[in-house]
Design a protein around this ligand. Sequence first.
Ligand SMILES: Nc1ncnc2c1ncn2[C@@H]1O[C@H](COP(=O)(O)OP(=O)(O)OP(=O)(O)O)[C@@H](O)[C@H]1O
Length: 485
Amino acid sequence: MNEELISVKNVSKVYRLYDRPIDRLLESISIRKKSYHKDFFALQNISFSVNKGEAVGIIGTNGSGKSTMLKIITGVLSPTSGSVETKGTVCALLELGAGFNQDYTGIENIYMNGTMMGISKEEMDKKLPDILDFADIGDFVHQPVKSYSSGMFVRLAFALYISIDPEILIVDEALSVGDVFFQAKCYHRMDELKKKGTTILMVTHDLGSVMKYCDRVILFNKGEKVGEGLPGQMVDQYKKILAGKNPVAEKFVDEQDFLGEGSTAEEKREGENRGGTEKKGVADLALEEERSADKIVSAAKDSTKQPSDGKLCTPSTQDKEKALRLMKDEMSINPSAQLYGNGKAEIIDFGIFDKDGKLSNILIKGECFTIRERIHFYDEIAAPIFTFTIKDKRGMDLSGTNTLFEGENIPAVKAGDEYICSFSQKMNLQGGEYLLSISCTGFEGGEHTVYDRKYDITSITVLSNKNTVGIYDMESEVALERHEA
Ligand SMILES: Nc1ncnc2c1ncn2[C@@H]1O[C@H](COP(=O)(O)OP(=O)(O)OP(=O)(O)O)[C@@H](O)[C@H]1O
């Protein structure tokens, strides 16, 4: 039987709005109890429940009451009417600083939260190395939390909460701060939590995450629950609301949202520089996206349509010369990349080259690029295979290939041999941030064998001045004929 861990019944939250600051005072001293305020319903008669092991998302436009709802569930706010019940330990990653004492250091906050959750100091001592390792904020753990950036705070809070292993995890948009490597690490942990049966309640504007993680979605609009159902249905309904609110929005949602925010690296950096605490609705992002598109047009304008016959993607001689110098030093390397293999081969170097043969993690959509891997063999291998995969930050494989698929059969190698393998192709993924995995594998006795694999080793940022629907661009050609009716 389904066990309800969160039960929200007829919750309303009313704020009193005063036109002028003095009105509040006038109201409090009015002998005839004259009202000087207007009631504003941030939440109106909301009811829903979340069962054990479910992942439920709350979506809605800015100001629709999502964060207010989470704050009421976690006890940060009390409802004006209605009731909320939760069963089990709750960890909530709410806005910046929530649940943390700003004057305490990171370490002190870790222990304080542990105590609040009923975890002994000895147990927290054992968890500490993992927390620090996951958060990866270095010596900042000894600084007061008030000196943290939003990204650092989220790193520490997320690391702490997953170590506590709560029955209910509540996340309010928090994962949108942090770099692509950290986000990928968090999403990976979210996968594990979900598999383990942790109950998750999340608020997000990232519709890709909603589709991937949520079993059920609740749609808010102007403080009311306007729908509840399967993620796909609710996302469609949300788009309708957005389309009514802002004509740019529907276009934006269709074209961008399933790509994972659809924003450029530049936009994200701007967000972080502002402290990353601003939460943006899709409608707001739509307008920003238009502005940001202008910025990247100049970068991308040279990338006029090239025929996709693959011929244009042949690596230049200049590229080949560059292959012999150390490439990976010029790549951004993921500190949390997963590396494994039986050690018979090692990818000792790798790089991504743009169409001009420049080593870069940033590529322009529509242009050719090359992934180059240099593999050293420490043992005999009958038929090695070289691979690459591009994933989104939620861990979904988007594209990739290997030498076997491409009909390049590599003959047996012996210890000391070295190969340089180049994959050249056109970047047809939409603008956004991705992760590259590379490996050297093969088959031994019919068994798939990994000699060296570097999962999510580096990032790829794709800049685009035209994003179409979905994860990649089919390069449609449009023909129009005016039809006289
Ligand atoms: N202390 C307050 N006094 C008055 N109004 C408030 C207060 N706190 C929140 N509100 C209002 O309540 C409404 C709901 O806010 P809430 O932050 O829950 O929205 P949200 O759906 O989380 O929005 P966003 O997507 O922008 O985070 C908003 O109109 C907000 O202005």
